[in-house]
Ligand binder design. Sequence first.
Ligand code: ME8
Length: 526
Amino acid sequence: MSAGKSFYVTTPIFYVNDVPHIGHAYTEVAADVLARWHRQAGDRTWMLTGTDEHGEKILRTATANGATPQEWVDRLVESAWKPLLDTIDISNNDFIRTTDARHEDNVKKFLQHLYDAGFIYTGEYEGSYCVGCEEYKQDSDLVEGTGEFAGEKVCAIHSKPVENLHEKNYFFRMSDFTQPLLDMYEANPNFVQPESARNEVIQFVKQGLNDLSISRSSFDWGIKLPWDDSHVVYVWFDALLNYITAAGYGYDEEKLASLWPATHIVGKDILRFHAVIWPAMLMAAGVEVPHQVYGHGWLLVGGEKMSKSKLTGIAPNDITDTFGSDAFRYYFMSAISFGQDGSFSWEDLSARYQAELANGFGNLASRTLAMVTRYFDGVVPAAGELTPSDKAIADVVAAAAVEADAAIERLAIHDAVTSIWTIVDALNGYITEQEPWALAKDPANAGRLATVLNTATEGLRALAVLLSPFMPQATQKLWSALNVEPSLGALTAQPIREAGKWNQVPIGTTVGALEALFPRIESSAE
Ligand code: ME8
């Protein structure tokens, strides 16, 4: 992507029936890394996240807790969901709640538009519904229950019985969009990614789409249909619209035109809603379909999808309180191939923290700056004539910057980290091989020592710039210690696609002290 383009990235809006766990945080971090990268590249970037607050699941939770649904959602959003964003350092530009007036009013406009255009009709819905999923279920979606639900059909995801609904509902003519969707997937192979997700979606749509019930009349915690206030909008139809109501749909067409279409980052559990129902809704309304829907994999704990309902949920601050938010962000973005499932374990997190962050990156930064301080009074020396080893470092940095940007462009976030980490590994190898501490023993080698430390410092500059979207705090500490803010400007203003250009740190810069980037963790942490 060339600088100056628009990049609008979204996370799902999360249900506020419960507090967040690391699965939610994972999606937030992935979207945030992409947003920070694009912002630093100079693209017009907008990141949206928020909360999904209507529907039966939330109504029931509120009631069970002796609160009105409005009290409940206000409490959870303020005490848990907004604080999550600070816990893991999310730089979202907007936060939408489906109870916001800007959302509710414009969902009604969208629905009225579809109704007037003949895409909505009344019918009878008879079938199963899982309140946990907030989803109408086919028999093929159900499995035999076990334990207390033995002998019953249960939802395959929640392992709990489904409800049998028999309601007069309004239906959306989704079946009209079977062929238009297939044509769209064909014309735009990147619309659904990764490839496994794309194949699954195409297989599903090829079977032919049914019309979709889009209203409920047995409870009232939702947005009332503009033409029939005895019904509320089906929570998913309501929720998906957040991506455009936040962007101005119905009230700020200029804003919408500047942001839309978006890149949606979602877990693969909600892929069909985003890659099938959502573009069908937009096609019916004459709004452009999203730029891309990316379905990432699941965090597994003990081999199963981590979830609160199965009591495997881990709170994000259980990790950040010990390891910090940078390590949280780095770990999940580097240890799991984005798009694949990945197992979380405390042992793996601790091992990578120690090996990659503390010993790899942190130690590289501290020893380089310590040697500049010790041997050159903290003043970055000019390089002399370059040897092949020095040039090789510059080449590694240049290649890593190009490869990382290409990886971000295809949402292969883990590949971007791998490319950037070639700089850490190359610099550590270079320092071991060049032995600056040995060069420092003989004044005749002063020129060579200057070249080595200039090279290492320049490498650290590139690392701070390229790792800043992943680890905003540690890289800011490094940037401050490098003391390049007066000459080069703020870290977050460094054009990331130019990070590979050499000789950016001005000769004569006086570096400062570096606080430990990744302090030692006491073993009781686990
Ligand atoms: O589905 N691994 O909200 P939700 C990885 N409100 N990601 C996980 C995860 C795990 N084990 N568990 C959850 C909803 N997630 C709807 C969305 S959007 C218009 C409406 C993440 O609170 C992942 O992003 O159930 C998944 O798609 C999302 O949380 C589901 O969040």
